[in-house]
Design a protein around this ligand. Structure first.
Ligand code: G
Ligand code: G
Ligand code: MN
Ligand code: NA
Length: 253
């Protein structure tokens, strides 16, 4: 079977899994959120990384039902954790271009939140700059539709695409997720730090949080905190892990 067929079959057989990675308040050290990340386990015990199948899922259109599954599954999981007392954590879900461009997407989000019993304020939808700005008018309509539900939009991999700052100003953005290529060189030199500072300043102006991604060392963590970044994500703070392990490690340590 070709990869496309295997993907469709895996979706039908519910073979996909979600891992969760913590997002940490850099002031208090508390886990304040988690990002759901798609995983495809193989019969031989290996995992096919999303980078190897998301592009094909995108081009084949399978990402629409797959993305809908991710949203439902992640919201249901947060709903269960909330029932067990974890009320203070937000859920971030990655959204691909095809999902974002689907006119019924906000309605789908509304329905899924209702089914999971989640307050919309707990959900963050991550979209890349290229998706946001390939159709700025559409993005504005969609982001406003989501914002009117109470759902926040995050700009994923911020700094690697071509954000139109003028248009960003008109989008209700909840988070800028600073791409790990800006975090990796830290503490770095003046120029490395200036880039982070500019993202922090922009986020403040937009009333958005800055999430530093890909934090792997104490040096990076300290530098980000000093530069005004309020939230962090990365292997140093926690790797993406299955729901059970996430709960044990981060929700009831
Ligand atoms: O987890 P990992 O670093 O391998 O992820 C690689 C890429 O796959 C990242 O860009 C991430 O945003 C993307 N990705 C992970 N899970 C999902 C998902 O559920 N939907 C979409 N559209 N992208 C995802
Ligand atoms: O594009 P997006 O930001 O959604 O991608 C998230 C991906 O980044 C996840 O698949 C996760 O595995 C990966 N990731 C998370 N933390 C780190 C890190 O500290 N270092 C590296 N190299 N990758 C990370
Ligand atoms: Mn992401
Ligand atoms: Na990212």
């Amino acid at each position: 079977l070709h990869l496309r067929g295997r993907l469709a079959q895996a979706l039908e057989r519910e073979e996909f899994r979600l891992h969760y990675q913590p997002q940490v308040d850099l002031g208090t050290g508390r886990v304040i959120g988690l990002e759901a990340l798609l995983r495809w386990p193989q019969p031989d015990g290996s995992w096919t990384p999303p980078g190897q199948f998301i592009p094909l899922a995108e081009s084949s259109g399978l990402i629409v039902p797959l993305g809908a599954w991710v949203l439902r599954e992640a919201c249901a999981q947060l709903g269960r954790w909330r029932e067990r007392g974890s009320l203070g954590v937000d859920l971030s879900v990655n959204v691909s271009a095809r999902q974002w461009e689907d006119p019924s997407f906000p309605e789908q989000v509304r329905r899924v939140l209702g089914e999971a019993g989640l307050p919309p304020e707990r959900l963050v939808l991550e979209v890349t700059e290229s998706v946001l700005f390939s159709n700025p008018q559409g993005a504005r309509r969609l982001a406003q539709g989501l914002a009117s539900l109470g759902v926040r939009v995050a700009v994923d991999d911020y700094g690697t695409g071509f954000s139109n700052l003028r248009q960003l100003q008109h989008l209700p953005i909840g988070q800028l997720k600073l791409d790990r290529s800006f975090v990796q060189p830290l503490p770095g030199g003046d120029k490395d730090q200036a880039l982070v500072r500019s993202a922090v300043t922009l986020a403040r102006g937009l009333n958005a949080a800055v999430v530093g991604e890909g934090i792997e060392t104490e040096g990076q963590l300290t530098a980000l905190r000093r530069l005004g970044c309020t939230v962090g994500q990365g292997f140093l703070l926690g790797r993406p892990v299955g729901a059970e392990e996430f709960e044990a490690r981060h929700l009831r340590p």
